[in-house]
Design a protein. Structure first.
Length: 87
C-alpha cells in the first residue's frame, strides 16, 4: 500500500503493477529469469518509457529493492507525517 500499488497483471514469469510512490510513479515490471533463478525489476514512466532496470535480485530482496526504487527517501518519515497530517 505504501507504494500506491494498484492494477496488478501477471503473465508467464512476469508481474506488472502500477505505483504512485514518492520517487517513482508509473509501472513496475518484475520478471523471473529461470536460467539464473533470479529476478529483474524494470521501472517505466506512466507513458511507458524505461527509467531504470535492476537485475539479478534474489526473491528475499525484492521488497527492499522495489521500496528503495519507488518509495523510500532520506526524509521518508517526515514526508509520511506531512502526507497524513500527523504533525
Amino acid at each position: 500500500m505504501s507504494w500506491g500499488f494498484h492494477n496488478p497483471m501477471g503473465g508467464d514469469n512476469v508481474l506488472m503493477f502500477k505505483v504512485n510512490g514518492f520517487i517513482h510513479q508509473g509501472d513496475v515490471i518484475i520478471s523471473y529469469n529461470g536460467a539464473s533463478d533470479l529476478f529483474d525489476v524494470q521501472l517505466l514512466t506512466k507513458q511507458g518509457k524505461l527509467v531504470k532496470t535492476i537485475e539479478n535480485i534474489y526473491v528475499d530482496q525484492l521488497i527492499d529493492v522495489i521500496d528503495e526504487a519507488v518509495e523510500h527517501t532520506t526524509d521518508y518519515n517526515s514526508r509520511i507525517n506531512n502526507f497524513y497530517n500527523f504533525n
